[in-house]
Design a protein around this ligand. Structure first.
Ligand code: PMP
Length: 280
């Protein structure tokens, strides 16, 4: 079952207008939530980010967060989802194609959930990444539907035999195509500050929280491609990929070429957290 506004419908009964501004302009925002054991993971962080994206692109949320939360929980229940994701998007609505905001359109919410196993292979062995210019706009903190640069970069990485791309702006590392990135040097964690150049990842925030609990020093400070290439450990963080080690960059091994001890410590704290039913 899909969620359309506040109704639950089978996928083939969904009727999305070809005038939807999401379709013409990518004029909308979205969230991807993780579901573990049938429960939303870190929902408060996702709702806060959704509210911020909505406010800054001037789309009014069709429902209160409480109502939205109830609808998403119902969606999970109806689909009997235990482990997977909930995808939710809200577009500015349907209106004749013109750039200016429509006067009448009502925002359109759609959501679905799907089963998704934890990426155990990648978590265990790590992935290969390549670096690329970050050619995106200057509001990467907003979770909007405009993902063409991310899509292009991800595909280019796959075409080169890697699994993901690490973006940099003139040598300053920002994030990956759909995840944040952290490096470890001499036992210290470093990641780009949560400003307009990266998405403020929910998993990124969880990792920083776990690092503090584990007394792993962490700095939210930009780092360069040189720092990246000289790092002892590198990993990405995201809702679907959790804490995935990056073991090679541009075909050169990171550190020993295998996931490092700080990454392993964080991964195991993360596993403990998701096993413990985080439904805050
Ligand atoms: N950066 C980008 C560009 C993303 O698309 C994502 C995935 N939503 C992230 C970072 C990671 O965010 P989160 O941990 O909230 O999934």
């Amino acid at each position: 079952m899909y969620l359309y506004q506040h109704e639950f419908l089978p996928k083939d009964e969904l009727r999305i207008s070809s005038d939807d501004r999401g379709y013409y302009f990518g004029d909308g925002i979205y969230e991807v939530f993780r579901v573990y054991n049938g429960m939303l993971f870190e929902p408060a962080g996702h709702y806060e980010r959704l509210e911020r994206s909505a406010r800054d692109v001037r789309i009014s949320l069709p429902y209160s967060i409480d109502r939205l939360d109830g609808l998403l929980r119902q969606l999970i229940e109806l689909n009997k989802l235990s482990e997977g994701i909930v995808y939710m998007q809200i577009t500015r609505g349907a209106a004749e194609r013109t750039h200016a905001f429509p006067k009448q359109a009502e925002p359109i919410l759609t959501a679905y959930c799907s089963e998704l196993a934890r990426p155990l292979q990648a978590l265990e062995h790590g992935i290969a990444a390549v670096t690329a210019d970050d050619i995106r706009w200057l509001r990467c903190d907003l979770k909007t539907l405009n993902l063409l640069p991310n899509v292009m970069a991800k595909q280019a990485a796959l075409d080169q035999g890697a699994q993901d791309v690490i973006f940099h702006r003139s040598g300053t590392v920002t994030e990956c195509s759909s995840s944040n990135i952290m490096i470890v040097k001499d036992g210290e964690l470093r990641t780009h500050p949560a400003n307009h150049l990266i998405l403020h990842g929910i998993t990124r925030a969880v990792v920083l929280r776990l690092a503090a609990e584990l007394h792993i020093p962490a700095k939210e400070e930009a780092f360069t491609l040189d720092d990246l290439n000289n790092a002892d450990e590198v990993f990405l963080s995201s809702t679907t990929m959790e804490i995935t080690p990056i073991v090679s960059i541009d075909r050169k091994p990171v550190g020993s070429g295998a996931p490092g001890p700080v990454t392993r410590k964080l991964q195991s704290a993360f596993e403990h957290l998701i096993g413990s039913g985080n439904d805050g």
